[in-house]
Design a protein around this ligand. Structure first.
Ligand SMILES: [Cu+2]
Length: 277
């Protein structure tokens, strides 16, 4: 879904332009050459395939398998360790989390992987936390660590109301630590995004995003301000498309907000994320 944006963004976006954990992934300039390499025979390429943005899922899975085989460990563990290695902040983290969640059967069957996931799922500050929760939640209950029998990912489906500059859902209630999957169906004729921000920070972030609209790099960064007040991001979703993001709900109760930061939208297009036990 990022292809058009990525093509436009490559030239203008420096790798350090914004927090990598928050902006959608941008591939390196040599991505075609990298993807053409064989991860089974080229260890360096395999390592990069796991960490770089824009690597197709099948190639990334092959790289994980090759790294695991060479090191005598499971491919799932190689994926989990790649997330940890970049501190959970590399642009490929989202893809790696998807890959790991898809490997939940192998992860459940491998004690080393399961132990790592269990530790991370219990530690909100762990870079592997969200991916670990998603992966454990994908396992059948009888395969999971005992402490996480009830762990679930709850999907909250939102729509962009055509012509109204509004989300159809204006309030989401969630429990501290809950794992949510937010989806956004964009039936509108313009792009929208969705950022989750700390309590009381919406206007600050909205104003900062409006300013980004005046710069060429703003769109490449999906109008996501570089701020610690932004705690989760779904990048721009094109008209007629859907986007999704996962969120580990903050432990601290309060009224957080979600907001579209496409310039000019934030005052209208927002909602409350009410976190209470
Ligand atoms: Cu919008």
């Amino acid at each position: 879904m990022w292809s058009a944006i990525l093509a436009a963004g490559l030239a203008s976006q420096a790798p350090d332009a914004a927090p990598a954990r928050l902006i959608p992934p941008v591939p390196p300039a040599d991505i075609a050459a990298l993807v053409a390499m064989d991860p089974a025979t080229d260890a360096a390429a395999a390592k990069r395939m796991l960490a770089e943005n824009g690597v197709p899922a099948d190639k990334r899975a092959a790289a994980a398998a090759a790294i695991g085989k060479a090191a005598g460990k499971s491919a799932a563990l190689a994926v989990a360790e790649a997330i940890v290695a970049c501190g959970g902040t590399c642009g490929a983290t989202r893809d790696l989390a998807d890959l790991l969640a898809g490997m939940h059967e192998a992860a459940a069957a491998d004690p080393a992987t399961l132990a790592l996931l269990e530790k991370a799922a219990g530690a909100p500050e762990d870079p592997l936390h969200l991916a670990a929760c998603r992966t454990i939640a994908a396992m059948p209950a009888d395969r999971r660590p005992a402490a996480f029998k009830d762990l679930a990912v709850r999907t909250v489906a939102l729509k962009a109301v055509p012509g109204a500059m509004q989300y159809d859902v204006k309030e989401i209630k969630a429990k501290p630590g809950e794992v949510l999957e937010l989806t956004l169906e964009n039936g509108d004729t313009m792009q929208h995004n969705l950022l989750v921000v700390l309590p009381g920070k919406m206007a600050e972030i909205g104003v900062a995003a409006d300013k980004m609209g005046e710069t060429p790099a703003g769109k490449a960064r999906h109008f996501v301000p570089d701020s610690a007040a932004v705690i989760a991001v779904m990048g721009l979703v094109d008209p007629g498309r859907s986007g999704r993001m996962f969120l580990a709900v903050p432990r601290k109760p309060g009224t957080y907000q979600y907001v579209c930061t496409y310039p000019g939208h934030w005052r209208m297009m927002n909602g409350k994320l009410k976190v209470a036990p």
